[in-house]
Design a protein around this ligand. Structure first.
Ligand code: NAD
Length: 438
């Protein structure tokens, strides 16, 4: 089938490339000419393991290309997939990209004779497809839904594992306006042995929020338990989770999210929990769990400061090395990363901050004008530090030995924000080890 994907971000590009690898003919529509040129040259504008290779493969096979011209790409497509951003601004979902894209798709459908299905893949608050997207499509196309198809199919890929998730999804959720829309869209997944569930539009929208809020809740719950264990001498939260995870009702599966750390970040969980909380309150629901989840997550980076102060006292002019800036390993995504919250708190307290991340571009505009030093290796960042804080659990950090810290640091204080180092081994090797949940 011929598909146009609107958006060349994490979801749009990964979706487009994976659908192309299933044998469909895909055009991804973006707005930035430089990025489009990079993509057509086989280079993704962001880091995602395996993506460049798959992209190069589908480009070679002429199954995929990226363009800026939405109107033309839509004129040939059977299906268009909206994968534009839906950020949360001031706790409210911002639908401006969705609205603009729906308008453009509507315009492209005007006068079209053949059937076309529009699929909303962006995460949107329940009823958005029906109340916001559908009227825009109808207004600008001059058609009534039914003449064109409409689906809402949320995306569940995880950054850092996105290619694998897109190629082998656990399930495909298809919220359908009518059966014809759903059936046409489902044809895309004919070759996959993946369960497909058909729902109405608003249920599909809600499934995404329910899933993301559950993951966020598990993480904040793990951090609340960590706060309690920190008040009781002799309990290490890592041992607590080992004991909990062995329960067959929990592992394998959700245990992946039940770890204590510095909190969740990224482009989804923080914004989606806030958007759902706001939606709930508009619906007259006092969503107490969501409120607590967000509150615990927002305050969790402060735990790092408490631990640093316990070890070093006043942090003014202390040289603190931050290992890891991305919100999780295997991505360069900084959106709402807990590392940035820690970084901001340290700068506010007058600390001297040096940072390292294996993938984050040091020229990222988030760092512009910040008085920080970016180092090209973890060892460089550690050199001369009064304390090192591990914030993203990259594999390369897990290989750091106590020796590196002891030899290079002014004082071997290690704050483990993700509990990746073995406490006893590091302490025995002369490291002053502190971590979440100890
Ligand atoms: P993103 O911000 O990385 O990418 C969106 C892209 O769409 C941007 O490059 C933007 O320039 C482009 N765009 C916006 N309007 C356009 C238009 N009219 N024409 C062409 N391009 C346009 O966002 P993302 O992380 O890819 O997320 C997209 C959606 O998917 C969001 O709703 C998000 O919540 C959801 N989602 C994201 C993830 C994830 O891990 N990133 C996972 C599941 C769902």
């Amino acid at each position: 089938m011929k598909i146009a994907v609107i958006g060349t971000g994490y979801v749009g590009l990964v979706t487009g490339v994976s659908l192309a690898s299933f044998g469909h003919s895909v055009v991804c529509v973006g707005r930035n000419v430089d990025k489009i040129t990079d993509i057509n040259g086989g280079k993704s504008p962001f880091y995602e393991p395996g993506l460049d290779l798959l992209l190069q493969d589908v480009l070679r096979k002429k199954q995929f290309r990226a363009v800026v011209d939405l109107q033309r790409s839509l004129s040939e497509a059977d299906i268009s997939i909206l994968a534009v951003g839906t950020p949360t601004i001031d706790n409210k979902i911002d639908l401006s990209e969705i609205k603009e894209a729906a308008k453009q798709i509507g315009e492209a459908l005007r006068g079209r004779k053949t059937y076309h299905v529009v699929v909303v893949k962006s995460t949107v608050i329940p009823t958005t497809t029906e109340i916001v997207v559908k009227p825009l499509l109808e207004k600008h196309s001059g058609k009534t839904v039914g003449e064109f198809g409409l689906c809402m199919s949320p995306e569940f890929l995880r950054e850092g594992n996105a290619v694998e998730d897109a190629l082998h999804p656990d399930r495909v959720v298809i919220g359908q306006y009518d059966k014809k829309s759903g059936k046409t869209f489902a044809r895309l997944f004919k070759k996959l042995h993946t369960p497909i569930i058909f729902t109405n539009l608003q249920t599909a929208e809600m499934i995404k929020y329910a899933a993301n809020s559950l993951f966020a809740t598990l993480i904040s719950y793990a951090n609340e338990i960590a706060r309690i264990t920190e008040t009781v001498p002799g309990i290490d939260v890592v041992d607590v989770w080992k004991g909990v995870h062995l329960d067959r009702r929990i592992s394998p599966g959700t245990s992946h999210y039940i770890y204590s750390g510095v909190g969740f970040g990224g482009s989804c969980l923080p914004k989606d929990t806030k958007a759902l909380l706001r939606f709930a309150s508009l619906q007259g629901i006092d969503a107490k769990i969501l409120k607590s989840v967000i509150d615990i997550n927002t305050t969790q980076p402060q735990r790092i400061i408490v631990l640093l102060k316990e070890a070093l006292g006043d942090l003014k002019k202390k040289r603190i090395a931050l290992l890891g800036l991305a919100f999780k390993p295997n991505t360069d995504d900084l959106r709402e990363s807990a590392s940035l919250a820690v970084l901001d708190l340290l700068l506010f307290l007058g600390a001297t901050v040096v940072c390292h991340d294996p993938r984050v571009n040091k020229n990222n505009k988030r760092f512009k004008d910040l008085p920080i030093t970016m180092k090209i290796s973890a060892a460089d960042a550690i050199e001369g530090a009064d304390a090192v804080v591990l914030l993203t659990a990259w594999d390369e950090y897990k290989k750091l030995t106590p020796d590196v810290f002891r030899k290079k640091m002014r004082k071997p204080v290690l704050i483990d924000g993700r509990r990746v180092f073995e406490k006893e081994y590091f302490e025995k090797s002369g490291i002053i080890y502190k971590g979440i949940g100890l």
